[in-house]
Design a protein around this ligand. Sequence first.
Ligand SMILES: Cc1cc2nc3c(=O)[nH]c(=O)nc-3n(C[C@H](O)[C@H](O)[C@H](O)COP(=O)(O)O)c2cc1C
Length: 216
Amino acid sequence: MTTYEIMKEVIHERRSVRRYEDRQVTAEDVKELIDCARYAPSDTNSQTWEFIAILNREWIARIEQLTWDALHKRAEQAEAQGLAKEARLLVKSFGPYATAFSNAPALIICLASPYTSKFRERIFDPIGLVPSTVWDEEGIKSSCLAIQNLMLAAHARGLASCPMTGPVLLADQQIKDMLDIPEDRQVNMVLALGYPSDTPAKLPRKPVEDILRIIE
Ligand SMILES: Cc1cc2nc3c(=O)[nH]c(=O)nc-3n(C[C@H](O)[C@H](O)[C@H](O)COP(=O)(O)O)c2cc1C
């Protein structure tokens, strides 16, 4: 197989996996994956990514619990606003989706650190090029690329993952408090990681013609 064929197979065969074997992921595995993650490109090589790897099932269960707690609280609020149907859907449909990491032996909290650069310091900030929220997005963009590297490397090593924002949408601050994450870090995604116990179906994608415009 050519390098391209191998690469294409890795990309096409990766899945978001939510059921895992009862087999531990080691710190060595995680270090190897982060070595791949950190070679993602980033704006001015700012490397706006950090990772917290949780290999302790009790800690993972605590994050699951605080996600459910936050979700139930939001459901109660929605119900109090007369949105009973939405509250029910939040618990029944979104709850399991947002806590799909519960069976994983490892959880990687993927952070985006503040974007700083000489460009920003010397030019962009003095002239107010863009609102400051744009710089938060800049950090997230590079962080996402690192996460994709991580997921592809995991798949190539026989591991599986599931990128998740569900817990972040519900319990961002609670996760930060529990893990002592500084306020200037953004929790980008939570990545479940482990050895897969099933291979979910390949979900369809939009046709290339529908998402590509070529200007020749
Ligand atoms: C930004 C983002 C957020 C996601 N959040 C969740 C989540 O909260 N829970 C979950 O089970 N999957 C989550 N996923 C996984 C998607 O459901 C999955 O990538 C999509 O259905 C396509 O399936 P595939 O990854 O197996 O190709 C998320 C994926 C992305 C990229």
